[in-house]
Design a protein around this ligand. Structure first.
Ligand code: P6P
Length: 340
């Protein structure tokens, strides 16, 4: 039986890659892994809602049943608050940043941006959902974190990753030295290294986009979709379309098999729907570390200057050659308005 490397062992082994590392980031990643296991247990019970009760009700044990995304948010913030390595959290579930002013965390070095349970509307139809996280060194000097600690470009991340709760539960992350995937083994309650050194194929033959919004897509996106649908044996077109409607699930499939995911500006979301700091930047770093690309259609996503916690952006992410092809169509057919 080949050697099993758990997430904890791997983090410690890799800690040696960082001179002067004193273990804070390792412990922070460990804390996220623990919360992920607790969330996974509840997500897997979601199908039993008839027994456990709908969110907002009191279940047979007399407990208040929470919406899973509220539950997940509480679990991650509790784990980060008690772990002592994070001084503040920015969450999709909280309008404002959450300062952590416990004695142990007050002067911690890191802040965490998180989407605790993305795609949660898919839970009751048993579609994979996910958690996305991004870790930065604080820029403020001390205390329990401030807004400016979060408004850093994606290039400043020290770690980023996601958990996908699907047919199996996987945690995938990077600290800037490649991308590694860990699958949860429920029999031992550990995330075990299952996908070392993930790399995304430079060419892909899948495209993921909600074509229901086609009428209001930028012309560059319309032309790219037409390119994907043309018949050309040499480039294996027409490509296949795959759209789950759960960002982490769509991204994870494209990361392993190749492909492109696009959520452009639409009539309903003129600035795009997805969030820059806790969805696009963390996945952007993962895909770049795996050899892919991520942009807003014109500019590397990790170079976009954040102005607010819940800032939205268009996202083009996946295989390098596909993203570059889509960017070329955007430049030609939907040139970016020159900043006034
Ligand atoms: P649409 C889920 O609500 C989500 O935030 C992402 O997980 C997903 O990629 C996207 O929205 C789907 O949006 O507009 O296609 O339903």
């Amino acid at each position: 039986m080949s050697k099993v490397t758990t997430l904890g062992q791997f983090i410690i082994e890799r800690q040696g890659d960082f001179p002067f590392a004193k273990g804070e980031l390792s412990r922070l990643l460990r804390d996220l892994g623990i919360a992920a296991k607790i969330v996974n247990r509840e997500v897997n019970k979601a199908g039993l809602v008839d027994i456990l009760g709908e969110a907002g009700t009191v279940n047979v044990q007399g407990e208040q049943v929470k919406k899973l995304d509220v539950f997940a948010n509480e679990q991650f913030i509790t784990a980060l608050s008690s772990g002592g390595e994070c001084c503040a959290v920015a969450s999709e579930e909280n309008e404002d940043m959450v300062p952590i002013d416990t004695i142990v965390s007050k002067n911690a070095k890191y802040v965490v941006c998180i989407d605790p349970l993305d795609g949660s509307s898919n839970i009751d139809v048993n579609v994979s959902i996910g958690t996305i996280f991004s870790i930065y060194r604080r820029t403020s000097l001390s205390g329990s974190g401030v807004l400016s600690d979060f408004l850093q470009k994606g290039t400043e991340q020290v770690a980023s990753g996601y958990i996908t709760y699907g047919s199996s539960t996987m945690l995938v992350y990077t600290t800037g030295r490649g991308v590694n995937g860990f699958t949860l083994d429920p029999s031992i309650g550990e995330f075990c290294l299952s996908h070392p050194n993930i790399s995304i194929p430079e060419d892909g033959f899948l495209y993921s986009i909600n074509e229901g919004n086609y009428l209001h897509f930028p012309d560059g996106v319309k032309q790219f979709i037409k390119y994907c649908q043309e018949e050309d044996e040499a480039t294996r077109r027409p490509f296949s379309t795959r759209y789950i409607g759960s960002l982490v699930a769509d991204f994870h499939r494209n990361l392993l098999k190749g492909g492109i995911f696009i959520y452009p500006s639409t009539a309903r979301s003129p600035k795009g729907k997805l969030r820059l700091i806790y969805e696009c930047n963390p996945l952007g770093w993962i895909v770049e570390q795996a050899g892919g690309k991520a942009s807003n259609g014109y500019k590397r996503i990790m170079e976009v200057e954040p102005e607010s916690l819940h800032q939205r952006t268009p996202l083009f992410i996946g295989s390098k050659n596909l993203v570059e092809k889509a960017e070329a169509y955007m430049t030609k057919y939907s040139p970016q308005p020159v900043a006034s």
